[in-house]
Write a protein that binds this ligand. Structure first.
Ligand SMILES: [Zn+2]
Length: 294
């Protein structure tokens, strides 16, 4: 049977759910001006991003990899959360989640490195705190967790001491500013690249590369093991680990709903599918509101 696109039926499942896991991918952030990593911009069109996102690439040419991530940091700094991020942030706040899923826990696992899901939650709590008082009934700890399983492009990670830090400074060092002009200098001396203020070691972008393990695996799998509803958003179930989470939840009798621009073959076996731009479908399907109302 093909997936249902009945909002009414989905809302019943949502309302009765006890534990929801949302897994988000690149499609979530496209409306915020973050191109998918398969769709590079400007000077980076001439490079295959997959060849820049490995530990081996960084070891071979840290200057080239840093310039690529400098461009991504710049984009993330300029971007703002879109209605899809904001709709999901409403699910993180008990006050709003109770209106559509009164008995449910919620966990968000994002494969995106732009930090926009966290910023959306900050925006939402700030926006509504004055109107509704304390949204979290006690503490920030009542907000649902957001796991950025591929790290954050605005984090740096020291290759020597392992210190991780979030930094909105741009450029991180003067040598990286040149790629703003559309130039790439693959041979910036290592000593001119970003270094750790604690130990002096070379910093790398704080993201998870190919050949590396995702972050928060234990926490996300624990949530998946308890979930009875999976929302796959802006990602296909052909992509791992998103697909593995969905199959695990469906195998135990849970429901899976896909929110994506287009169907992929493996999405055909899920229970619900809402095709379209997720900045439009998510506010509407989850909360019955327009994208300008989140
Ligand atoms: Zn260090």
């Amino acid at each position: 049977m093909p997936p249902s696109s009945s909002i009414e039926d989905f809302r019943k499942v949502l309302y009765e759910s006890k534990s929801i896991v949302a897994v988000t991918g690149a499609g979530l952030s496209v409306a915020s001006g973050i191109p998918t990593w398969r769709d590079p911009e400007g000077v980076w069109k001439t490079y295959d991003p997959a060849t820049l996102a490995t530990p081996m690439a960084f070891n071979a040419n840290p200057s080239l990899v840093w310039q690529h991530y400098h461009a991504m940091r710049e984009r993330a700094l300029k971007a703002t959360p879109n209605p899809a991020h904001l709709a999901l942030s409403l699910l993180c706040v008990p006050h709003f989640r109770a209106t559509v899923a009164p008995s449910a826990q919620f966990t968000l696992a994002t494969q995106n490195i732009d930090g926009l899901s966290i910023r959306a939650l900050e925006n939402t709590t700030q926006k509504y705190r004055n109107s509704f008082g304390n949204l979290t009934e006690g503490s920030e700890a009542d907000l649902s967790p957001i796991y950025e399983v591929h790290g954050r492009v605005l984090d740096t990670l020291c290759t020597s001491c392992g210190h991780r830090e979030n930094s909105t400074t741009s450029p991180l060092c003067p040598a990286l500013a040149m790629s703003d002009l559309g130039n790439v200098n693959p041979s910036i001396p290592v000593e001119n690249l970003p270094h750790c203020l604690r130990c002096g070691g070379l910093l790398r972008p704080g993201v998870v590369w190919f050949e590396e393990l995702p972050l928060y695996s234990r926490e996300v799998w624990k949530a998946v093991d308890e979930a009875d509803l999976c929302l796959l958003i802006g990602t296909s179930s052909a992509v791992q680990p998103a697909g593995a989470y969905a199959y695990e939840i469906a195998d135990r009798g849970g429901k899976v709903a896909v929110f994506n621009k287009e169907n992929c073959e493996s999405d055909g076996e899920w229970h619900f599918s809402f095709l379209g731009l997720c900045e439009e479908t998510l506010p509407h399907v989850l909360f019955g509101i327009g994208s300008s109302d989140v």
